[in-house]
Design a protein around this ligand. Sequence first.
Ligand SMILES: NC(=O)c1ccc[n+]([C@@H]2O[C@H](COP(=O)([O-])OP(=O)(O)OC[C@H]3O[C@@H](n4cnc5c(N)ncnc54)[C@H](OP(=O)(O)O)[C@@H]3O)[C@@H](O)[C@H]2O)c1
Length: 259
Amino acid sequence: MGTALIQGASRGIGLQFCSTLAARGATVIACCRNPSSAHQLKNLQSQHPGLIDIVQLDVTKEADIIDASQYVQKNHKKLDLLFNASGILSPTGKGETSLRDLSFQGLQETFAVNAFGPVMMAKHFSQTLMAGGGVIGGKVADPKQQHTAVFANMSARVGSISDNRLGGWYSYRMSKAALNMATKNLSLELGRGGKKVICIALHPGTVDTDLSRPYHKNVPEGKLFSRQQSVDYLMAIIDRVTFVDTGKYFAWDGSEIPF
Ligand SMILES: NC(=O)c1ccc[n+]([C@@H]2O[C@H](COP(=O)([O-])OP(=O)(O)OC[C@H]3O[C@@H](n4cnc5c(N)ncnc54)[C@H](OP(=O)(O)O)[C@@H]3O)[C@@H](O)[C@H]2O)c1
């Protein structure tokens, strides 16, 4: 039923992806930086015996990414989907409201988790993705696409430069814009040659997680998605993308967001 790697699987949207994919019967490699404290993920693993393989990976550490890629290559051989879900608003958990809140350390840490880590995942997992493709936990493969795996980066609408009308959240906005550029670059490099990989950036909506919690009171009634709702929307996009979609930036409803 396919093999998916979820990076940033301990909580929030990444954890929900693991749950949704395991329920479909996919094998899930669930990467998180502290497996010993990932209690919700371990509970989920016990509900799906043999389907969820928990692998330690701090996305800001290349040595962890290399170890994980070697483990996956040896034990799983191929990947049909890699989803980079990890993300932070900033190290304080809040977006900067003005220049006075900026620090080199905050910018660097946010970029490391949101942009540098995901593209380093591509560096070390692209070969395993090229070996995969097709069916992801029940997805009926388009025969034209059956050897094309998907590399998905969790972006955010606030990473769109053309959509920015409010300002603020420097680290988060800038790091997601950089992630979008990485996604576009990857779509070009991994779109050449015989073995291709579809690369996309996704916006999940405003979702009820720890990351968005400080801002829930500002979300209009009915606009805060549950994790399951958001992941159902995003899986529908992943299920239907074909190679013509590579390099695109999609919102939860399937509409394209301008960069
Ligand atoms: N929630 C929203 O409304 C919303 C909207 C737009 C975009 N997004 C994006 O969606 C993604 C998931 O966010 P979420 O809402 O699910 O947030 P969340 O509940 O706060 O989860 C964030 C995840 O990122 C992981 N993480 C943080 N630093 C990491 C590192 N160095 N290495 C590996 N994993 C790390 C966390 O692991 P630990 O448990 O180890 O901390 C956790 O699993 C993010 O990229 C976010 O930017 C969310």
